[in-house]
Design a protein around this ligand. Structure first.
Ligand code: FE2
Length: 248
């Protein structure tokens, strides 16, 4: 009988870093770093979450067959640069704060991951999945369905903000996408900021508060902010929404 195949999934350096361990495709352990560090929305490398997952799987890092990161940083960095160029010079305040992290750990992730996990075999591969494929996989593979339509609606991944596709067996095909900056997630984050909450954190508070309100701004939003098309796609009126403050 062949030895089980262990794959470690990691998300980090954006918000709410986390880890998951798969053994032969089944989840052996999964955790968010903030549960251990007690720092809300902790975005640092999820060292303690990884440790937890490995202990749940009863293995050491040296037994890992691969590590998978949750998006493609180089593609994402290209989109970040394009965004800053498109809105220049208005991003000049935030760009110097964003750049060091990219030139440090984010663009050198295979090296960063091997440094953070010294027990990894030197030849252990580090793979990068597309952000929305990771979302689709996290919904479809643990589901009870052998085949299903898949819809992912997010802030932004590399370029995609929304995708539609299908899953069948162990295959996922994302067939169409809506691209940044047209994003329902970023629209939601814009309202989160407008209401005085922190982006990438206060969205959950806004969601919790929503049932207590009445949709009295619905018509204004539909008339001015978002164009909903008959095919299900949408476009945002960017004159109201362009910002480099925290969404990249
Ligand atoms: Fe996402």
């Amino acid at each position: 009988m062949p030895a089980p195949r262990h794959i470690l999934g990691i998300s980090a350096y954006y918000h709410d870093s986390a880890a998951v361990l798969l053994r032969d495709g089944w989840i052996a352990g999964a955790a968010q770093e903030e549960r251990f560090s007690r720092r809300k929305n902790d975005e640092r490398f999820p060292a303690r979450a990884v440790e937890f997952c490995l202990s749940r799987g009863g293995i050491q890092a040296s037994a890992l067959d691969a590590v998978v990161f949750y998006d493609k940083p180089v593609t994402k960095f290209a989109r970040v640069l394009e965004t800053y160029l498109a809105v220049a010079p208005s991003g000049w305040r935030t760009f110097p704060k964003v750049l060091p992290a990219w030139l440090g750990e984010k663009l050198n992730l295979p090296r960063t991951i091997h440094e953070e996990l010294p027990g990894l075999r030197p030849d252990c591969p580090v793979w990068f999945t597309q952000h929305h494929r990771a979302h689709a996989a996290s919904a479809f593979y643990p589901s009870p369905f052998a085949c299903a339509a898949i819809l992912t609606v997010d802030g932004v991944g590399e370029y995609a903000t929304t995708t539609v596709g299908e899953g069948e067996g162990d295959r996922i095909r994302l067939r169409q996408e809506i691209r940044f900056p047209h994003s329902l997630g970023l629209l939601y984050s814009a309202f989160t900021a407008y209401c005085g909450f922190r982006v990438n954190s206060g969205e959950y508070k806004l969601m919790g508060l929503a049932p207590y309100g009445t949709p009295r701004f619905e018509k204004v939003i539909r008339d001015h902010l978002i164009d909903l098309r008959s095919d299900g796609s949408f476009w945002l009126d960017l004159r109201y929404l362009i910002s480099c403050a925290g969404s990249v």
